[in-house]
Design a protein. Structure first.
Length: 111
């Protein structure tokens, strides 16, 4: 399973970005292998319109199963993610590592 966490930078110690569509990056954790990679979302972060749905499509294109973020995606982006069967968990804060640990411990709310 691949988990994407919205982040302001890359790496385990990166601050979680509370935004979904305009997050600078997504740190991707392969929950099976432990491998970490990154999705660069800066193009959508600076977009005038459509950042949320465009980011949702980018997430789907990277075969992500779960998204973890602070405030959650807006309505249009949430619909895209739901259509693709991608779970969304909100309430993340602190670092990427903390958000991942909170997810694993069941401390985040499913949107």
């Amino acid at each position: 399973m691949k988990i994407a966490i919205s982040a302001q930078e890359t790496g385990w110690n990166a601050p979680v970005d509370p935004r979904f569509g305009r997050a600078q990056y997504f740190v991707v954790i392969d929950d099976t292998t432990g491998e970490i990679s990154y999705i660069d979302n800066r193009a959508n972060a600076n977009a005038g319109h459509g950042a949320g749905p465009n980011t949702a499509s980018l997430i789907a294109d990277n075969d992500i199963n779960v998204v973890i973020t602070g405030n959650g995606p807006g309505g249009n982006a949430a619909r895209v993610l739901a259509t693709m069967g991608i779970g969304v968990f909100v309430g993340a804060s602190g670092t990427v590592r903390q958000a991942y640990e909170d997810y694993k411990a069941g401390k985040l709310m499913r949107q």
